[in-house]
Design a protein around this ligand. Sequence first.
Ligand SMILES: Nc1ncnc2c1ncn2[C@@H]1O[C@H](COP(=O)(O)OP(=O)(O)OP(=O)(O)O)[C@@H](O)[C@H]1O
Ligand SMILES: [Mg+2]
Length: 257
Amino acid sequence: MPTISLAIQKGGSGKTTTTINLAAALKQLGHSVLLIDLDPQANLSQALGLLEEVEPNIYNEFQKAASGAKSGLKAIITERSGLPLVPAALELAGAELELVSIYGREQLLSRMLKPLKNEYDFIFIDCPPAIGMLTVNALVASDYVMMPLQAEFLPLKGVKSFMRHFQQIKNTLNKKLNILGFVLTKYDQRKTMNRNVLDKLMEDYGDKVFKTRIRTNIALAQAQEQGVDIFSFSKSANGALDYMELAQEFLKRVETR
Ligand SMILES: Nc1ncnc2c1ncn2[C@@H]1O[C@H](COP(=O)(O)OP(=O)(O)OP(=O)(O)O)[C@@H](O)[C@H]1O
Ligand SMILES: [Mg+2]
């Protein structure tokens, strides 16, 4: 079943928020989603209520895989949202360097996920805000990449550079990788800048832009602080409505690609 990386090198663009809440919406629609926290900041793990570091985590598994041992990637079922998660660990920051000298370093995550692919409808990988060895591993392990973007001028520059990396990885390491789409987050229809960025994105990337836009909604940040997804926090919040709409569009896009 498809694996999707949520990636873009710009920080704070809504990758983690989209990972949790899109997964929670898909769960409501009857789909199973495994979450992988690949960011040393561990925001995804924390946002699902895991405040302390636990084992097994994704770093241990990278170490095992790098030493040639068989990895037995296991998820923890997070208490408050019921979403299965492979948590991050701070040492993951060191993995960028540690992996440099490992043979087959770009394929480690892909190999780790293989045995789990048939257990879930989707696997989501929440990437760190950089295009290093971890994000490369995520993209090599994925069928699709989804790029959350805040509708500001600056991210558009980052988009071009991200697309070059995407193309390089597709050409050399993972031919089956495809773009699922850009998702605008923290969107405010009243802001001229937001509308301009949307127009420019449509002009350059057309149907690669999700029609659903995630509005700015404080409840999304509050839910994250309390360690729950938006549906457990407030079913009627705009954030819940937007992520449910995104889930429906997501399912259509995955089917038709
Ligand atoms: N639609 C939204 N409305 C209001 N706040 C939001 C929205 N989406 C995300 N946020 C908040 O913005 C901040 C950044 O979002 P998030 O952590 O999802 O970004 P990120 O791309 O994962 O960041 P990083 O690159 O650091 O991993 C968080 O505090 C989050 O709660
Ligand atoms: Mg994040």
